[in-house]
Design a protein around this ligand. Structure first.
Ligand SMILES: Cc1cc2nc3c(=O)[nH]c(=O)nc-3n(C[C@H](O)[C@H](O)[C@H](O)COP(=O)(O)OP(=O)(O)OC[C@H]3O[C@@H](n4cnc5c(N)ncnc54)[C@H](O)[C@@H]3O)c2cc1C
Length: 560
């Protein structure tokens, strides 16, 4: 039986071995030594065990330290650090449990720094910060590539639960090995050893002993020690709800400017952007960047500056009747805070088509910009929806595509669609309006190749070789948990700044002489940024921009 790494082995990494295991110059080692303590170590001494949280950072001054992954009685050697080299990977920034064991293989001297001193070092020494953080990130990528984690997932790629767990581990950048029940004949022996049946899948075996049967994301996060304990007595400067691009940008700026920040995230850092296979329009990445990579870097950056995060837990309530405000997490933990940023984003309304997510970004799109138009130039496309955004998309796409089919489930375009759009659709021979029609299946391997739709009146269905579908059925904000605490628009998006009318502010008992700041909600010191905000442009860059500028207003509020 073989446990395969979760992702294929990257070919580029061997070329980056020098960056993954750099040797520091004597001057650099000396700068680190000033922050830590030197101590002699003897051969065989364990510097830290796998599974331990908050492990220290070690630089080898003389001698050698080996890094191994223990697996039962066996061990896999991962690296050997000589003089000038250092231990650690990204888990060191968050204080999560170590995935490997470090042991002295040749007696000598090490320089030891606790986590707080390491964080201080990477914040003040930009040269060392670059070397250390790059090595940490590359080492984590390597661990993921080889499945060198503390987790084995047993499941089937045809099981929704397995796919959920895979996505959760992947999007949280946690390495795991996967045993595929569909291909491993002798897996039964392993299941018997842990007394689990195939009905229990997906099964997660953590650190070789804890067995989780079809665990929730929260159970996985707890078992793997993703979250440090929250001290309910600690008054935070800022609680950020949501770790999409807006929340992560706010966390980076706020933590780097010295604020005590806690980020709460239901699922995994990155939000909607994290699920994008390639973001091609984000400034500074001319060849594009995957949402996962962007999110992982941003999350590391926030942790580098000391932001704390709670993963796989939702904010369930905001109490802003009195100061300090409190944000309730999950089942009852109350976090007191002086200010709040709501960055919970929005969810696109999605038709219930089984394999829809597989084609997101690969034939299924939620926006029709110049970029998407280029992808389908000269081809036939489908726009789903009868509102203004669907109408605009259809008219825009008709300029460069061969044919646009507008699919609506009702009898016609929405009454809310602007007259000028309806006229342009009617007058454009390249646009075909199909009422009472809905998509029932998507086909293809790596890219969408065919679409099956059904006439709701006749029940007849037909398949068309169409490779591009634009879902323009609107987005719903994640604001239900706020229970009306802040003023929202008719669609539930949070109103901020000058969008709040005098009447709305007086109905919300706005208590201050000043008007709300840009991005401030109807409650002083509570801000909204990104897709969750009324009037926001739904783009990664605007979410990042809003998250970052909010922090300057937070400073003003904290000094009020
Ligand atoms: C498939 C796809 C591809 C895209 N591609 C692009 C692109 O190429 N370029 C581009 O500019 N834009 C793209 N977008 C749009 C872009 O991703 C969004 O505009 C952006 O992610 C919005 O960021 P945000 O932080 O405001 O919200 P989100 O990204 O939605 O993040 C919100 C976060 O809040 C969390 N959350 C929600 N409720 C709670 C709660 N109660 N407690 C705790 N956490 C909570 C969610 O889990 C989520 O992680 C794409 C969107 C999708 C879906």
């Amino acid at each position: 039986m073989t446990a395969t790494p979760a992702t294929p082995e990257p070919l580029t990494l061997t070329a980056r071995i020098g960056q993954m295991f750099p040797t520091l110059t004597p001057a650099q080692v000396e700068r680190i030594a000033r922050q830590g303590r030197r101590r002699a170590v003897r051969r065989g001494e364990v510097l830290f065990e796998a599974g331990t949280g908050n492990v220290p950072f070690f630089v080898v001054a003389t001698g050698q330290v080996e890094i191994v992954q223990p697996s039962g009685a066996a061990e896999t050697l991962i690296a050997v650090h000589g003089p000038g080299q250092f231990t650690g990977e990204v888990q060191m920034l968050s204080g999560r449990r170590a995935l490997v064991l470090a042991r002295v293989s040749e007696a000598g001297e090490v320089i030891e720094l606790d986590r707080a001193r390491l964080l201080a070092l990477v914040q003040i020494d930009s040269e060392l910060s670059e070397i250390i953080l790059r090595a940490f990130i590359l080492r984590r990528v390597e661990l993921i590539a080889h499945g060198f984690g503390d987790v084995v997932l047993i499941g089937s790629n045809h099981c929704a639960g397995t796919l959920r767990v895979k996505e959760f581990l992947t999007r949280n950048g946690h390495p795991y090995a996967f045993i595929d029940l569909d291909h491993e004949a002798d897996v039964q022996e392993l299941l018997d050893r842990f007394q689990v049946s195939t009905a229990d899948v997906p099964v997660l075996i953590c650190r070789g002993d804890v067995v989780l049967r079809n665990p929730s994301n929260q159970q996985i996060a707890e078992c793997l020690g993703f979250n440090a304990t929250i001290d309910p007595a600690q008054l935070r400067d800022l609680v950020i709800v949501g770790a999409g691009p807006a929340g992560l940008a706010a966390a980076v700026y706020a933590a780097s400017e010295g604020l005590d920040v806690l980020v709460i995230e239901t699922s995994a850092p990155g939000g909607q952007a994290g699920s994008s296979s390639k973001i091609e329009n984000y400034l500074g990445f001319p060849t594009g960047i995957s949402g996962q990579a962007l999110a992982a870097r941003a999350y590391t950056q926030a942790q580098k500056f000391g932001a704390q995060a709670v993963i796989a837990q939702s904010a369930t309530r905001l109490d802003c009747e009195r100061k300090p405000y409190t944000v309730e997490i999950g089942a009852g933990v109350q976090v007191p805070t002086r200010t709040v940023i709501i960055a919970t984003g929005a969810e696109y309304r999605k038709p219930s088509i089984e394999n829809l997510t597989r084609f997101e970004g690969a034939g299924v799109y939620y926006g029709a910009t110049f970029m998407e138009a280029q992808l389908c130039a000269g081809e036939e496309v489908i726009v789903v929806g009868g509102g203004n955004s669907a109408g605009q998309a259809a008219v825009f796409l008709a300029q460069t595509t061969r044919r646009v089919h507008i699919l609506v489930r009702s009898d016609g375009l929405a009454e809310s669609m602007s007259r000028y759009l309806i006229r342009r659709i009617e007058e454009n021979p390249a646009i075909i309006l199909r009422t009472q029609t809905e998509i029932i299946a998507l086909e293809g391997d790596n890219h969408l190749e065919g679409v099956r739709w059904r006439d709701r009146q006749t029940g007849n269905s037909e398949t068309h070789a169409i490779r591009h579908v634009f879902l323009m059925t609107g987005a719903a904000p994640n604001t239900q948990w706020l229970d009306g605490r802040v003023v929202r628009d008719a669609h539930g998006f949070i109103k901020t700044g000058s969008d709040l009318s005098r009447d709305e502010l007086s109905a919300a008992h706005w208590p201050l002489g000043r008007a709300p700041h840009l991005l401030e909600t109807s409650v002083p010191g509570v801000f909204a940024a990104g897709d969750v905000r009324a009037g926001n442009i739904k783009r990664v860059a605007s979410a990042v921009g809003e998250g970052s500028i909010t922090v300057s207003f937070i400073h003003q509020v904290l000094h009020e």
